[in-house]
Design a binder for this molecule. Structure first.
Ligand code: SF4
Length: 344
């Protein structure tokens, strides 16, 4: 059985050919799947009954099951989905005034092991397929309704996207192809904790979408304590990869920096950060830490985040404080999954 959302447009054309259909059927099928977001082949009314039956025997459409949805007073909706093998993942819908963003997961659990991250606590189970990534978009878009179109996708949910490169790349192809989900490449962001070979591959194979790098610290000693993967790819190696990355002022690299009280939030850190990123076209997102029960860190007070930001501004670095959304629901990544496991 083929998961039909695992196929990019070229693969869908090949699949259609194997079934003995005319080539133009691939575009028709893609439109049913990604524009009309139908749930069964029976709804593809411009295909003959025989063709629909053949498709139903050879392929399947929906693979995720919604287990739970939490909605915050700010409109943020957090989804817990179950995969066919019983594993669970999260996605988050974040409405803004002029656009809507979806944060998708790319792995079940995560091998990166960041110390401030709840998802990391359960370790790593497996990579998601492209279909399982794309299906998060389809399910959430159906749920929030077509008048709240998801225009932006960030690969920042559970998992390290660049350790699942092939499937992430395929999901991006499906999301950005005009006959499929047709999102603008500029509105898709792939985030990494600093997987250097993945950044280099992204530079060659996926550089139309935005790159975000979770730096979170300014010295190797400090970073190793919160991002264990730093032992494999230390800060110096990551910075070299960013210097060779094809970025410019119109396509800047996002530097993500979670603010942990007393750990990485001093003004000296801010000055070191300035030195590290000097000459690279970047935007810095300062992220207030979302504490969860038993978290080993606490959030930096707002006024200290603002002082940190000012140091960056004083050096003409675009720096933003990312608003924490969904504070009255399970805000931290992995929190809904953990909560549901405990209550199961
Ligand atoms: S913060 Fe991201 S990369 Fe780090 S462990 Fe959590 S999910 Fe993985």
């Amino acid at each position: 059985m083929v998961d039909i959302k695992n196929l990019n447009i070229e693969e869908l054309k090949d699949f259609v050919k194997e079934l003995g259909f005319e080539p133009y059927r691939a575009k028709q099928i893609a439109q049913w799947l990604y524009k009309k977001r139908i749930k069964s082949f029976d709804e593809m009314t411009n295909l003959s009954k025989k063709a629909r039956e053949l498709l139903s025997r050879k392929a399947r459409i929906d693979i995720l099951k919604t287990v739970k949805v939490e909605e915050s007073s700010d409109g943020t909706r957090k989804y817990l989905f179950e995969l066919p093998d019983g594993n669970r993942i999260e996605s988050v819908f974040i409405p803004e005034k002029d656009w809507n963003t979806l944060c998708v997961s790319t792995q079940v659990g995560c091998p990166a092991g960041c110390k401030f991250c709840l998802t990391a606590k359960d370790g790593f189970t497996r990579n998601l397929t492209a279909a399982e990534i794309v299906d998060q978009y389809i399910h959430v878009q159906r749920d929030v309704g077509e008048n709240r179109r998801i225009s932006n996708v960030v690969f920042m949910g559970m998992g390290e996207p660049l350790l699942n490169f092939d499937n992430v790349k395929k999901a991006v192809e499906i999301m950005t192809h005009r006959d499929m989900l047709d999102l603008s490449t500029r509105k898709v962001t792939v985030s990494t904790v600093g997987v250097v070979p993945g950044i280099d591959r992204m530079a060659k194979e996926m550089n139309k979408v935005k790159l975000a790098v979770s730096l979170h610290a300014t010295t190797d000693e400090q970073r190793e304590k919160i991002v264990p993967m730093n032992r494999r790819w230390p800060i110096g190696e990551i910075m070299k990869a960013l210097r060779r990355y094809p970025a410019d002022n119109n396509r800047r690299i996002m530097i993500e920096y979670v603010m942990l009280k007393g750990v990485n939030d001093s003004l000296e850190d801010a000055r070191r950060l300035v030195k590290l990123i000097k000459g690279i076209p970047v935007k810095v997102n300062l992220i207030p830490f979302n504490p969860y029960p038993g978290a080993p860190f606490s959030p930096t007070p707002r006024e200290d985040i603002e002082k940190f930001q000012k140091v960056l501004w004083d050096h003409n670095i675009a720096a933003f404080i990312r608003d924490s959304r969904g504070q009255d629901i399970s805000a931290a990544c992995g929190m809904l999954r953990t909560k549901e496991k405990k209550s199961a």
